[in-house]
Design a binder for this molecule. Sequence first.
Ligand code: SAH
Length: 239
Amino acid sequence: MAFGASENGRKRVTAGVEKFAGIGMTSARTRARMVERLREQGIRDEVVISAMEAVPRHIFVEEALAIRAYEDSPLPIGAGQTISQPYVVARMTELLRAGRDLSRVLEIGTGCGYQTAVLAHVASEVYTVERIASLVAKARNNLRALKVENVRIKHGDGSGELGEDLEVDGIIVTAAATKVPTALLRHLRVGGRMVLPLASRDEDLRGVQRLTVIDKAPDGIREQAYDAVRFVPLLPGLA
Ligand code: SAH
């Protein structure tokens, strides 16, 4: 199945934010505290900081968990999957941007669409792929509620080539693999960058992995490891 429709152009999500402003633990003030914490944790890119400040994370979690939405922890989103912790979302976005403007980015592992919404703030167009149908529907609803319009979602397996004629500046994989999914690099332009959690052994797929940056340089591929993280595994096939 191809990417779903979206409207063109970069759109701010503020329209949706206003609607949810000022409701106690989920207010803009709580989000401002989360952003302060991100700065303390070392996030420096102001474009990423503004995106984290703008996207209401509580919209992406179950109502019962909304009160915990701005804690720095992953939370369940159904189908055995999780929404990443704010620090990891900010860090991956910062590594992906590397201080540059991004026009088109590809995300593998949409989940509930939170990282997607953050990416929609820092890039002109976002393509995102999720293998679990119920999460595709959930992400679509969440992004629609926030009036995010520069995102296209595909129900598909993003562990290999997408069978689409798509070239992007950046790829972010939000599920852990033991090997760089090299087939995906075909979609990355030269000079572009991929960020993903990599495990060195199969056993670590359920444990700690390293955020890894892959740069597609004119003279080949460069790889560098960063923070220790814990993601759900990248799995083949549709569900
Ligand atoms: N980006 C999300 C995190 C989602 S968790 C956030 O903002 O919180 C990782 C997601 O990757 C899960 O929803 C899982 O179903 C999905 N996933 C795992 N393997 C995949 C694959 N091969 N193709 C597409 N999505 C995959």
